[in-house]
Write a protein that binds this ligand. Structure first.
Ligand code: 5GP
Ligand code: ZN
Length: 110
């Protein structure tokens, strides 16, 4: 599958990676909408927020909250915004969670 985020997960293309664990990789958005703009991306290709099966959803949700905690610690901020675009609102059709903080945090993320 020709998916830009799968290529980042597989290290086929470069990204500014902050952190990774078993479930997620976290890297800088190439075109930041705010002073801090990270993307939290499941390592397995999942199309969008509605694509989890029942078995996956709890472990991914739990890991996502853990991952957000780590990102918050690493970036030393508890003042952030989480945005998920879904379906036709996604540019990249691999689920990703925008983590936004700092200046311009209220700018539109598209
Ligand atoms: P969406 O509109 O799908 O929610 O957001 C996709 C995001 O991925 C955009 O903010 C865009 O800047 C970012 N993006 C697209 N291609 C790349 C890439 O190759 N590398 C990185 N780091 N970010 C990308
Ligand atoms: Zn993918």
């Amino acid at each position: 599958m020709d998916c830009i985020f799968c290529k980042i997960v597989n290290k086929d293309i470069n990204a500014d990676i902050l952190f990774e664990n078993d479930f997620f990789i976290v890297f800088s958005d190439i075109k930041p909408s705010a002073e801090i703009h990270k993307l939290i991306v499941p390592k397995r290709h999942i199309d969008n927020l509605l694509s989890f099966n029942d078995a996956e959803v709890l472990e991914y949700w739990s890991s996502l909250v853990d991952t957000i905690n780590v990102v918050s610690d690493l970036l030393k901020t508890k003042d952030f915004k989480i945005v998920v675009n879904n379906g036709n609102l996604q540019q990249v059709k691999h689920l990703h969670i925008h983590f936004l903080s700092g200046m311009n945090v209220n700018d539109k993320v598209n």
